[in-house]
Design a protein around this ligand. Structure first.
Ligand code: TYD
Length: 135
């Protein structure tokens, strides 16, 4: 995979015997301005999310609770990354196909996003994504 199409970003972690604390400050810890936050939760066993790429959107999923796997595909290489720490975010650039699966019971996937929701920004067909990335 070409460099910088995705990478783990380590967020600040304040360790404390009363429970750990992680924080994210706008324009400080994430290399885009956060315009939207959404989260996946109550995911039933065996379910798969994602299955699309974005034309412009950059995202940073974080496993705030539990674990899940993110399959990344830039059109030439594929890689699967497991997210299982609340202080790790996975920076995903635009034009990367992603599938999310293997959610552990009760897990929560929180996603920071660089743009408001826009259905026109999606490639929902893998063949469309491949066609456009090769152009
Ligand atoms: P989608 O991005 O396809 O979810 P996933 O990739 O996790 O399967 O979104 C599912 C539905 O939710 C779709 O109808 C669009 C809607 N949606 C919003 O309205 N706002 C949002 O911020 C997101 C992420 C999705």
């Amino acid at each position: 995979m070409k460099t910088e199409k995705f990478k783990i970003i380590k967020l600040p972690k304040i360790s404390d015997p009363r429970g750990n604390l992680t924080f994210i400050e706008g324009d400080q810890h994430v290399p885009f301005t956060i315009k939207r936050v959404y989260y996946l939760y109550d995911v039933p066993g065996g379910a798969e999310r994602g299955g699309h790429a974005h034309k412009e959107l950059k995202q940073l999923p974080i496993s705030t609770i539990g674990t899940f796997d993110v399959l990344l595909d830039d059109g030439s290489q594929k890689k699967t990354i497991s997210l299982n720490r609340s202080y790790n975010g996975l920076l995903i650039d635009n034009m990367v196909w992603r599938e999310i699966n293997n959610f552990s019971s009760g897990s929560v996937c929180m996603v920071l996003a660089s743009e408001y929701y826009d259905e026109d920004d999606y490639y929902r067909e893998y063949s469309d994504f491949i066609k456009n990335i090769k152009e």
